[in-house]
Design a protein around this ligand. Structure first.
Ligand SMILES: [Zn+2]
Length: 301
């Protein structure tokens, strides 16, 4: 079973799944975060319904603690749009970590995370489906290392899947090394943003560890029809990595949502990009990346 904000569902019910996206986020009141703010449930419902109308079924909202996570808002979006929405526990890179983690011991942070995973979040006791961790650009700070170590133990003990933020795609191996040292199961870990590196060898080496990756910055290079990423995906499939790749949008900005008059909208992956990938790779491979692989990573039975 997979936890959603509307309760557990069987993994068969996940269907088309974006493993890293956003539907409700209030990161910060500062003006530079205005574009990153989704505070209007109706706009998010509108976008989610459009996603559903093209066959979409599940969104994993990867907004972490202290970045404006709001599982109760997600619960109402999921109910109104009639899709599955999952949320996460865990933390972002240091820049967005809460100050209070410095006040807590490792054991207290461990207990806090396990508490969210077992007892739920908010008065609605909503259960997270995964746990986020993050690192900075080309470095892992002491705080990030500490959180990765604690979360690695939490993953080992609870089996919760992990989806990590690799800043501009960097530090994937370093993250995995820290997590593995704590006994984490890399087959339930998915690294975000590594497509930004545009380096096939880098991605293949990550997958060789047993971890998975998401191509979650598709839809940004529309004038070239995502040509570079399509080519990278073709090469990865040619080299036998089709079971380690997920597709997602990470479209947590107004400028990407149709409901805010942005482009290309959540529907992009399962419409425009799907047509291209189907003709390049075949429908079966496309379905692996959008249904089977997220399902396997998120299933903990
Ligand atoms: Zn994101």
């Amino acid at each position: 079973m997979i936890n959603t904000v509307n309760g557990p569902v069987s993994s068969e019910e996940l269907g088309i799944t974006y493993i890293h996206d956003h539907l409700f986020v209030i990161p910060n009141a500062l003006p530079q975060y205005y574009d990153y703010t989704f505070d209007d449930v109706d706009k998010s419902v509108e976008e989610a319904v459009d996603f559903k109308n093209y066959g979409g079924k599940t969104i994993v909202d990867l907004t972490p603690i202290n970045y404006g996570r709001n599982p109760i808002a997600l619960e109402s979006i999921a109910k109104k749009a009639r899709i599955n929405v999952c949320f996460v526990t865990g933390f972002h890179k240091e820049k967005f970590m809460p100050k209070w983690i410095d006040e807590l011991s490792d054991q207290q942070i461990y207990d806090f995370l396990v508490g969210e995973i077992t007892n739920g979040v908010s008065s609605h006791h909503l259960l997270p489906a995964a746990m986020k961790a993050g690192t900075s650009y080309k470095k892992i700070t002491q705080r990030e290392k500490r959180i990765l170590q604690i979360e690695g133990i939490v993953q080992h003990d609870t089996h919760i899947p992990m989806i990590t933020h690799c800043d501009k795609g960097t530090m994937a191996f370093e993250q995995l090394k820290i997590l593995k040292a704590q006994g984490a199961d890399l087959s339930h870990i998915c690294l975000s943003h590594v497509d930004i590196m545009k380096d096939i060898t880098y991605i293949e080496k990550i997958c060789d560890t047993g971890a998975s990756v998401s191509f979650d910055h598709v839809g940004r290079e529309l004038s070239s029809h995502d040509q570079k990423r399509v080519q990278m995906l073709s090469e990865l499939v040619r080299d036998g990595y089709e079971n380690y790749i997920c597709l997602a949008g990470d479209m947590g900005r107004k400028k990407y949502f149709l409901s805010y008059n942005g482009q290309p909208g959540l529907r992009y992956i399962i419409t425009t990009l799907k047509d291209t990938l189907k003709s390049e790779l075949g429908e079966e491979v496309f379905n692996k990346m959008i249904v089977d692989n997220p399902k396997r990573i998120l299933s903990t039975d």
